[in-house]
Design a protein around this ligand. Structure first.
Ligand SMILES: [Zn+2]
Length: 174
């Protein structure tokens, strides 16, 4: 056993892209924020034609920059859209922020021209964390693929799928 790779003892220079897996501390914070998204989704006015979703935008320093939930101010609001609408598009904190959402960001919507995936890319947010992969109930969703193709880091926590979906249980009782 002499050929084992020796772990690097020095932190990587800042110029290298971050390709390390999330640390345990990151995971804990991610799960905490995602649980807050799920709590937020309980506030959504009930709909039988759209999901109840909660979203948080969190700065690199761990400050909540904005929150949003489905139908927060009008019947067509999506959670990520509602959260992004509370920040100026040029807010420099967006460039290092993470957007958390209980459901995968949409790539198809009937009500408005810009999907949440488009809005997240336009805002320049480099990281997306979500719980529930969008089912094909209302539309096909390729949020993860589209975001990753654009260079966004996407992390999914399937262990929170059941909790995110449970808030929407009424949609599946037909
Ligand atoms: Zn959406």
């Amino acid at each position: 056993m002499t050929n084992e790779p020796v772990p690097a003892k020095h932190p990587k220079p800042d110029t290298e892209p971050d390709t390390e897996p999330d640390t345990e501390a990151d995971t804990e914070a991610d799960l905490r924020w995602l649980n807050e998204c799920i709590e937020l989704s309980r506030r959504c006015p009930r709909s039988f034609t759209a999901y109840a979703v909660g979203s948080l935008i969190v700065s690199a320093d761990g400050d909540v920059l904005a929150t949003g939930y489905s139908r927060e101010t009008t019947p067509h609001d999506h959670a990520e859209e509602a959260a992004l609408a509370k920040l100026s598009p040029g807010d420099p904190r967006l460039a290092t922020a993470t957007i958390y959402t209980s459901l995968e960001p949409c790539t198809t919507r009937a009500s408005r021209p810009r999907t949440c995936t488009t809005l997240i890319l336009a805002a320049g947010i480099p990281r997306v964390v979500f719980a529930w992969q969008e089912p094909t109930l209302f539309a096909d969703c390729t949020g993860t693929e589209t975001l990753e193709a654009a260079g966004v880091r996407v992390t999914r926590f399937p262990e929170l799928t059941a909790a995110a979906r449970e808030v929407n249980a009424h949609l599946f009782k037909k």
